[in-house]
Every structure is written in structure tokens, then in C-alpha cells.
Design a binder for this molecule. Structure first.
Ligand code: PEP
Length: 254
């Protein structure tokens, strides 16, 4: 079973911050199905947080890895380095990486392969823009993103996809849960019909998931979990979201 509920801290946090976060999380988390939870802190804290997270049983991972394994790549970290410090997964192709860092499909494919070779769970992010949505291109854009990323892979065997509409990230707005459900169904169809050698472990939803909306979102059958940005910065909120998730999905998925 893949990771189901992931926190993405993006460019936030400090040593004080994560100590408080773990205190708050531990005080509020009532679950015991630890293998569904993951946390992607800024990579500079990965090593230290990997030790903190053993007790609540949260897997740690990277927000990004380089598309090469080593060499003249100032500022980058590799899949093997993430593995070496206790990381278990890597988020790949987040829309912020695509937009602000010009990440291409070829790079995303290479990262997926490298994560897989290092035995990290690759979490591929896809999502349509507001313009794509307005012109009713959501499904075709998502299919294109999946196909372009996976066509270029040669050694990928397991995969989690995070569907993250770009317009929903950090905006407080989400698609209707039923709409997300139908998009997840389509994503699963595309992967299973065109890339049958890849074991698709889960399709997560990401984009403004919070304490208020998580119940409605997690109720949908094809929504296997979530990637949570802003709301994951509060240890208490993330613990409560995890409790809601465990209450609705924990038993059925194990
Ligand atoms: C994200 O960027 O991965 C994300 C889900 O952010 P937020 O929850 O803040 O919308």
C-alpha cells in the first residue's frame, strides 16, 4: 500500500517550527495506521526530521529531486541522497516546480526513474490551470501530462499520482468532490490501460485541503488520499485531517 496522506511544507519551517509541529501532531493524532502518512519538509531538515518522525511513524520524503544522480549540479539533491538520510518518497513535477523552475516532461520522467531506482515512492503531480479548466480541457491536459511523463520512463514500476489543479493550490477553492472523483477515475483508466506494467498505488487529491473540507473529499471512492500544503503547517490540523482520513478510509484500505 502506498502513502495516502502527505504533507508538503514547501519553503517553510525551522528547527523550532518542526519541534513544535511534532508536539502538536503527537498530542492530537489518534490513529495507529502509520504507513499512510508522509511529510516532505525542506530538504535541509530531512535528516533530522527522519529521526523525529519514527515515533509517530510518519514517513519522510523530498519535495523534489534532481533529474541527474551526481555531478556539476550546484544546489541540487539526488534520489540516492534522499534515501541515504531516511527518505521514503519523492514528490515529482509539482506545479510550482513546473512553473517557477521550468521543469520539463523529460526531466520529470528522468526523476521518476531515478526515484524508482533508489526505492523511493515517486509521487507524480499533475494538474490543469484555470485557463485549461475554463476551456473545458481539464481531462485532455491531465491525460497529456500523465502520458508525457510516463512515456519517457524506462524503469518505473510503482507510482502514486497527486491530482492538483493549479487554480486550487493555496486558493481556498476546490473542485466539487464528485468532480475530483471522476477525474481520478479517468487518471486510473489512463494509467491502467496504457501503462499496465506500472503498479498505480493511489491517486491523491491536492489543492486547498483543510479540516473543513477533508471529510467530504475523503468520502469519494476514487480519492485515495491527499497531498496537503498550507493546512499541513499546523501540526494539530494535520493530525486532525489524518484522524478524519483514518476514520473514513483506514480500515477499508488495509
Ligand atoms: C500543494 O501545493 O501541494 C498543495 C496541496 O497546497 P495547498 O494545500 O496549500 O493548496
Amino acid at each position: 500500500m502506498g502513502l495516502r496522506l502527505l504533507a508538503n511544507w514547501k519553503l517553510n519551517g525551522s528547527q523550532d517550527f518542526y519541534q513544535t509541529w511534532f508536539q502538536e501532531f503527537n498530542q492530537n493524532y489518534h490513529g495507529s495506521r502509520y504507513d499512510i502518512l508522509g511529510l516532505a519538509p525542506p530538504s535541509i531538515f530531512l535528516n533530522a526530521i527522519a529521526k523525529y518522525s519514527i515515533n509517530p511513524g510518519i514517513a519522510v520524503g523530498a519535495q523534489n529531486i534532481d533529474w541527474l544522480s551526481f555531478g556539476e549540479r550546484t544546489g541540487e539533491i539526488s534520489s540516492e541522497m534522499v534515501k541515504d538520510v531516511g527518505g521514503l518518497f519523492a514528490i515529482i513535477g509539482h506545479s510550482e516546480r513546473r512553473t517557477h523552475f521550468g521543469e520539463t516532461n523529460a526531466e520529470i520522467s528522468a526523476k521518476l526513474d531515478l526515484a524508482s531506482q533508489a526505492s523511493l515512492d515517486p509521487i507524480l503531480c499533475i494538474g490543469e490551470s484555470a485557463e485549461d479548466r475554463a476551456s473545458h480541457k481539464t481531462k485532455s491536459i491531465l491525460e497529456q501530462q500523465v502520458v508525457r511523463a510516463l512515456d519517457g520512463c524506462s524503469s518505473l514500476n510503482t507510482l502514486t499520482i497527486a491530482y492538483e489543479p493549479v487554480w486550487a493550490i493555496g486558493s481556498g477553492i476546490t473542485p466539487e468532490p464528485q468532480e475530483i472523483n471522476s477525474i481520478h477515475e479517468m487518471i486510473k483508466d489512463v494509467v491502467q490501460s496504457r501503462f499496465s506494467s506500472i503498479d498505480l498505488q493511489a491517486v491523491l487529491y491536492g489543492g486547498s485541503v483543510n479540516l473543513k473540507n477533508s471529510q467530504l473529499i475523503f468520502r469519494e471512492k476514487e480519492i485515495d488520499g491527499a497531498l496537503v500544503g498550507g493546512a499541513s503547517l499546523c501540526g494539530e490540523d494535520f493530525a486532525e485531517i489524518a484522524n478524519i482520513f483514518n476514520g473514513l478510509k483506514g480500515l477499508e484500505k488495509l
